[in-house]
Ligand binder design. Structure first.
Ligand code: ZN
Length: 121
């Protein structure tokens, strides 16, 4: 299964703490924030914020394991993660098809793990 790094689908192996992705519908994509000319929906403040975000992302080093810096897209928001694109989906992996609580736990999202009585970090 090929994986372009664009509109992928994440899969999380909880026991291995591994994030992979395969072909999907956009629940995972490379961490790239676009610039644009000023418009009604992209004003100076957003242009400025975009520049800062891009600077931060550009300052992140490469992953020694070759994984791509990616955004994992959930109903709760985006999580920055090192994702192995093109990895086959393990049968026990948590994916976009799981419910939010399961996904929040698999990603260890702060404030969401508490739902199940675990301590959020
Ligand atoms: Zn991918």
């Amino acid at each position: 299964m090929s994986c372009s790094g664009k509109r992928c689908g994440f899969n999380i192996q909880v026991t291995k703490e591994a994030a992979g992705c395969s072909e999907g519908d956009g629940s995972c994509f490379e961490a790239r924030v676009l610039t644009a000319e000023r418009s009604n929906f992209h004003d100076e403040e957003l242009m400025d914020a975009t520049a800062k975000i891009r600077q931060i992302l550009a300052g992140i080093g490469r992953d020694p394991k070759g994984r791509k810096l990616s955004f994992i897209n959930t109903n709760m928001g985006l999580l920055l993660a090192w994702v192995e694109h093109g990895a086959p989906v393990p049968p026990d992996a948590v994916t976009d098809k799981d419910d939010d609580t399961t996904i929040a736990q698999a990603l260890r999202l702060s404030g969401y793990a508490k739902v199940q009585g675990e301590t959020a970090s």
